[in-house]
Design a protein around this ligand. Structure first.
Ligand SMILES: Cc1cc2nc3c(=O)[nH]c(=O)nc-3n(C[C@H](O)[C@H](O)[C@H](O)COP(=O)(O)OP(=O)(O)OC[C@H]3O[C@@H](n4cnc5c(N)ncnc54)[C@H](O)[C@@H]3O)c2cc1C
Length: 403
């Protein structure tokens, strides 16, 4: 166990967080920034550093959220990536983003976040959580957390940050009042590897949209150290076989020829895409990041959502523990906070995701972004942050449709 110098006593934890990825570590940081003496347990089945299938693209919005909870300069030693290139068939735009993004291998990024959470006062413990019990089968006012091979832990509030295949989300959905959490979100599947960066891909994030089930795209993101994160992902529609690794690799090579040559560390994963309205039951168990089914359905970006909803979950746990309900209304507070931050944005991305099932619209949007920097900037905000599809962007895309 890693944590502050004094051992915790046998009291229940104020907050137990399951999963120490970006959502879990941000939850700890959000809670401890609001109340530094909070007793926070951070559990993960993996030892860190650990790899995670990802494009490794870190939006500046995520860096902003971390700075707000006291984590400054986390990526100052990394190469900023200013240029974003989007291609659909013959249509192409290559422009500088208003603010640079970063491409940082998750083994590195997540380990840095975990170190920051432990430095802030969280206790990190390795353990695979099998489930949680709140209410009648647990002591009133506590949640029992079942950890494989260990005695059950107890906590007054719990944050589920255990990723795309969250066991806690399933438990919350099965609980009374939990019916409203989507148990079958729209899901994408993607495969990534690390390859020597091609000259044409240096200093940029390249995305080439595919023609199979939309959204689908291949990417090559320059890490700045001679390697690029490359990959391909597409929506799973349920009407047909799940795309094989061979097919995903073939699509990558078709859209970005040679980008995957000599690549290593291939790894695939599911992406639970966000929908609208966002759901979170009441009670003591809060959902954040992929466990909350929060991945942008247009771009596959989830790290900003993970840190943003993690920080909100941590703060709501603290607020609830201070109040008269002593943790019991944490879920309601979190639902309100996430909807206030992301509600309209999630509606816009949901509508956008329906529109991009028509390839002509993707092509028109790329052409409109090539013609006008403001359209490009709008699309970047929708794809990486919490922007909305503005009227002028929609009009510009529709105009391109008819040319
Ligand atoms: C191929 C691919 C490319 C992507 N590219 C990008 C990108 O470029 N930019 C971007 O912003 N997003 C990207 N995403 C999405 C991004 O990876 C996720 O949104 C992000 O990892 C969510 O963070 P999280 O903390 O919610 O979950 P995770 O990062 O998955 O962390 C969950 C943690 O929980 C732990 N855990 C799981 N189950 C248990 C258990 N039972 N007990 C204890 N611990 C458990 C895991 O070990 C893990 O450490 C991509 C996803 C994929 C699959």
């Amino acid at each position: 166990m890693t944590g502050p110098s004094s051992q915790p006593n046998s009291q229940p934890w104020d907050l137990a967080i399951v999963g120490a990825g970006p959502a879990g570590t941000a939850s700890a940081l959000g809670a401890l920034h609001a109340r530094p003496d909070l007793r926070v347990l951070l559990l993960d089945r993996a030892d860190f550093p650990r790899d995670k299938a990802c494009g490794d693209g870190i939006a500046p919005h995520a860096v902003d959220v971390l700075a707000a909870v006291g984590v400054h300069g986390l990526l100052d030693d990394q190469m900023p990536v200013h240029r974003l290139e989007l291609t659909h068939g013959e249509a192409k735009v290559s422009r500088a983003m208003k603010r640079p993004a970063y491409v940082v291998p998750r083994a590195e990024f997540d380990a840095r976040l975990l170190a920051a959470a432990v430095a802030a006062g969280a206790w990190f413990r390795r353990g695979r959580v099998r489930g949680v019990r709140a209410g009648s089968s647990a002591v009133a006012g506590e949640v029992a957390v079942d950890v494989a091979g260990a005695t059950t832990g107890r906590a007054r509030t719990v944050i589920a940050a255990d990723g795309a295949h969250s066991v806690l989300r399933a438990a919350v959905s099965a609980a009374p009042g939990g019916r409203r959490v989507h148990t079958r979100p729209r899901t994408a599947l993607a495969l990534r590897g690390y390859a020597p960066v091609q000259p044409a891909a240096r200093g940029r994030q390249r995305i080439v949209f595919g023609t199979r089930r939309q959204p689908a795209y291949a990417w090559s993101f320059d890490r700045g150290d001679g390697l690029a994160n490359v990959g391909y992902g597409e929506l799973l529609t349920g009407d047909g076989p799940v795309p094989s690794r061979v097919l995903l690799l073939a699509e990558l090579d078709r859209l970005l020829p040679g980008a995957g040559d000599d690549a290593e560390q291939w790894r695939g994963h599911h992406l639970p895409l966000s929908s609208w309205p966002w759901q979170q039951p009441g009670g003591r168990i809060l959902l954040a990041g992929d466990a909350a089914q929060l991945i942008n359905p247009l771009t596959g970006e989830g790290i900003y959502y993970a840190v943003a909803t993690g920080v909100l979950a941590g703060r709501c746990a603290v607020q609830s523990l201070r109040g008269q309900h002593c943790g019991a209304d944490a879920g309601r507070l979190h639902r309100q906070a996430v909807r206030a931050l992301l509600g309209r944005h999630l509606l816009h991305t949901r509508v956008g995701a329906s529109l991009v099932s028509r390839p002509a619209l993707v092509r028109a949007a790329v052409r409109a972004a090539a013609a006008d920097q403001r359209v490009f900037d709008d699309l970047v905000e929708v794809g990486l942050g919490r922007g909305r599809l503005t009227a002028s962007t929609v009009v510009a895309a529709v105009r391109e449709l008819s040319t």
